[in-house]
Write a protein that binds this ligand. Structure first.
Ligand code: FES
Length: 328
């Protein structure tokens, strides 16, 4: 059993050794004083006004964000400041800070490059994108370039899986990135140019990609014409709908003409009612979700009993119409 004297010695000598990080932190805090700017103090007041005065510590997270927006990271002295603002122990702020990975404990470069390596991005080439960034910047994850221009971080899902892979730079989302596009984006940043964020492909948002999306538009435009009283729309009618909607009508593969040709003499509503024009039957690309439903259909089909052979009729030509060519 430790004597009182031994306990006292351990408190004086051992505890500070165990708490080296605390003392080191105190030492670092001396060097990195923090205070919100005058403008940000207005934001502090605004944040605090959203919470009841007896629950001021609910403002810890927004105040941490504000400190990080101001400094690029959260110095420990900022945590002391926040604790004094919300009247709680510094440890409370510290435990909140360490729980969330979006708060940065160290100074960062001018541009923070955050690469999502979660599942969807991983499946769509995040590894290659990350390698391209590391090669281009000459740094590894968690590091900052020597010129202090870029810091590279790995992040979890950014909620933009539909346009994976995603790289967030200075809070802006760069989506559908590939090795070539991310390399050119970083070149722009290194020349102080802020490139256009969002998807780096032709699509406008998280809609299915390329041909399948164009075909869906053709069908929609065709339907609009029919519903407007034109029972046999032609290529120009469909293009006019595109123009009216401000949609690019360039159709290098002649898909509009082919669709119009195949629909000739058929009532599109009969075709839909006959189940020949369902989304699940179209080979959707990009998202994969519809492809899944189409696969399921195939599985279900296998379990169905063989249908009675039907006499040859016009319906066979419907099968031809959607079975090959246009949607291949
Ligand atoms: S997995 Fe990367 S944005 Fe969701």
């Amino acid at each position: 059993m430790l004597s009182l004297c031994q306990k006292t010695i351990s408190k004086i000598i051992i505890t500070p050794v165990l708490n080296k990080r605390f003392f080191t932190s105190l030492f670092e805090m001396e060097k990195t004083p923090f205070d919100y700017t005058q403008d940000n103090y207005e934001k502090v007041d605004n944040i605090l006004s959203k919470y009841p005065s007896e629950h001021k510590k609910s403002a810890i997270i927004p105040l941490l964000h504000l400190a990080q927006d101001q400094e690029g990271y959260v110095p420990e002295s900022a945590m002391v400041k926040i604790a004094s603002i919300v009247s709680c122990p510094v440890s409370k702020v510290f435990e909140t800070f360490t729980f969330y990975s979006m708060f940065r404990p160290k100074p960062v470069g001018d541009h923070v490059v955050e690469v999502c390596t979660n599942l969807s991005c991983q499946l769509r080439g995040a590894d290659q994108v990350l390698k391209a960034i590391q090669d281009k910047l000459g740094i590894k994850l968690g590091e900052t370039t020597k010129d202090k221009k870029f810091t590279l971080l790995e992040v979890e899902c950014q909620g933009a899986c539909a346009t994976a892979p995603v790289v967030v730079i200075d809070g802006n989302y760069y989506e559908d990135v590939e090795v070539q596009s991310i390399t050119s984006i970083l070149s722009d940043f290194s020349h102080d140019i802020v490139p256009k964020s969002g998807t780096q492909t032709q699509r406008k948002g998280p809609e299915p990609m390329d041909d399948q999306y164009f075909i869906m538009r053709v069908i929609t435009a065709y339907l609009l014409c029919v519903m407007g009283g034109n029972e046999t729309p032609g290529v120009e009618d469909i293009k006019n709908v595109f123009k009216a909607a401000g949609i690019d009508d360039s159709d290098k593969d002649g898909k509009i003409e082919k669709f119009v040709g195949l629909m000739k003499g058929k009532n599109i509503f009969d075709v839909i009612n006959a189940g020949k024009l369902q989304m699940g039957s179209l080979p959707m690309g990009g998202m994969g979700g519809s492809g899944g439903s189409s696969e399921k259909k195939e599985e279900e089909k296998e379990e169905e009993p063989e249908p009675e052979p039907e006499p040859e009729s016009e319906s066979e030509s419907d099968d031809d119409m959607f079975g090959g060519g246009l949607f291949d």
